[in-house]
Design a protein around this ligand. Structure first.
Ligand SMILES: [Zn+2]
Length: 193
């Protein structure tokens, strides 16, 4: 059985987002490879077009998500979550729906992985004064920091060169102090000029 046949069976020959029954096609839910039916959705050409041209966000059409977001099918959940996230910038109902959705962690991670970076809340690292920190910067500690597990204190005034940023936590950077790579809270550092 082809993937499309499998999907048609799963979707009962209807668009998995808006329930339309004509011009259905297979749409791969990136960044998965689409190699199995569970990584694809069956959607109509109208939905496909609207997804591929998000600048023409059609709020009225996407009211269909009110129903389709409750699907047990992870691939469809992912599509619904992404669309609702885009819509929620302007639409209260989409925000409410997003709040109510329950998704397994791995499904949520999949949904997030396919969003444009600009749509993710940006993680920006700032020092104690609000200056933006970049990887490779030199910072100075503004407080004595006991280093857990390492048995020493990183002294106030210590310069740390070539820091790296913890990509998923705006409050953490990493740097080498006394030969050890440690995590440092951004609120305890000052960027060196
Ligand atoms: Zn559709």
């Amino acid at each position: 059985m082809s993937i499309e046949d499998e999907l048609r069976q799963r979707a009962e020959h209807k668009c998995e987002l808006c329930s339309a029954s004509d011009e259905l096609g297979v749409f791969t839910v990136l960044p998965s490879s689409g190699a199995s039916a569970s990584q694809n959705v069956l959607i109509c050409s109208t939905c496909t077009q609207k997804i591929e041209h998000p600048e023409k966000m059609d709020v009225h059409h996407w009211r269909c998500l009110n129903d389709s977001c409750w699907t047990p099918e992870p691939a469809v959940q992912v599509m619904a979550w992404r669309l609702l996230t885009r819509l929620s910038a302007n639409e209260g109902w989409a925000r409410d729906l997003l709040d109510q959705l329950y998704m397994e962690d791995d499904v949520l991670a999949w949904a997030k992985a396919g969003m444009e970076p600009s749509e993710e809340p940006a993680i920006i690292h700032k020092d104690a004064n609000g200056a933006v920190l970049c990887a490779g910067d030199t910072i100075t500690l503004i407080k004595d920091l006991p280093v857990k597990g390492a048995g020493f204190t990183a002294k106030r005034g210590t310069a740390v060169r070539n820091i790296s940023l913890v990509f998923d936590n705006a409050e953490h950077i990493e740097g080498r102090v006394s030969g050890q790579q440690i995590v440092i809270l951004t609120k305890f550092v000052k960027k060196s000029a």
